[in-house]
Ligand binder design. Structure first.
Ligand SMILES: N[C@@H](CCC(=O)N[C@@H](CS)C(=O)NCC(=O)O)C(=O)O
Length: 223
């Protein structure tokens, strides 16, 4: 018997689900997974009956309910045997700040470039706006600064450990790869490290196995 359930949406598109799933897997929680195909209109009825905010990811672990990806990250980090936030206070503050910045922001980019794990290196036909470019530049700045200041021990934002800040930015890496965004050399190396992380790769493989009927024209036909 498992300790609960993690409810996620279509892996191909659900960027927030990817964050929750990575956090749960990194913490090693023994929960079963329920994948609910996302509805075309962004209001999936089945999710609304399960999750208090009507969204995925939604976690129930040992009778405790947690929703909102960042809250799930914090819950998992509390339970993780090795720290999923950096041990150093200054680095931890930076990691939490950028994770919160991600959770609350980058709306123009997220709207224009929805996650689609099946799209590879194909820029938007209409190009990007100033607003999107500013967000790309800020993300590139965050990754570059973290890598240069804190990342010496390994390929991730804070070195060897793939932690919660990486979890929060993993779907952005996916978008940059899908839409052919080329940031700084430091950021590009970081993107490769995230994409090839075993858990991220597992997510991509499972996404590729999802039924074709779950695909949505609004994402697939985005030029
Ligand atoms: N702020 C939420 C956002 C979650 C979210 O928007 N999830 C989307 C899927 S990626 C969702 O459940 N949308 C409702 C739907 O498609 O029915 C979080 O951090 O978890």
């Amino acid at each position: 018997m498992s300790d609960g359930i993690l409810v996620i949406g279509t892996r191909r598109y659900s960027s927030w689900s990817l964050r929750g799933w990575l956090a749960v897997r990194l913490a090693g929680l023994d929960v079963r997974e329920q994948v609910i195909p996302l509805a075309d209109n962004g209001e999936t009825a089945a999710i609304r009956t399960i999750s208090p905010n009507g969204k995925v990811p939604y976690l129930e672990h040992q009778g405790i309910a947690v929703w909102e990806s960042l809250a799930i990250c914090e819950y998992c980090a509390e339970l993780a045997p090795a720290g999923l936030w950096p041990a150093d206070a200054r680095q931890r503050a930076y990691a939490r700040s950028i994770a919160s910045e991600m959770h609350a922001g980058f709306r123009a980019l997220r709207q224009a470039m929805p996650m689609n794990t099946g799209r590879d290196n194909r820029p938007l036909a209409d190009g990007t706006t100033q607003g999107i470019d500013a967000e790309i530049s800020r993300i590139d700045g965050i990754w570059t600064e973290a890598r240069l200041d804190f990342g010496a021990g390994g390929p991730y934002l804070f070195g060897a450990a793939f932690g919660m800040a990486d979890v929060m930015f993993a779907p952005i890496v996916s978008r940059f790869l899908s839409y052919g965004i080329s940031p700084s050399p430091e950021s590009q190396a970081y993107m490769t490290a995230v994409r090839t992380h075993p858990l991220v790769d597992e997510w991509y493989q499972k996404a590729a196995q999802e039924p074709k009927e779950w695909r949505q024209a609004r994402f697939e036909e985005l030029a």
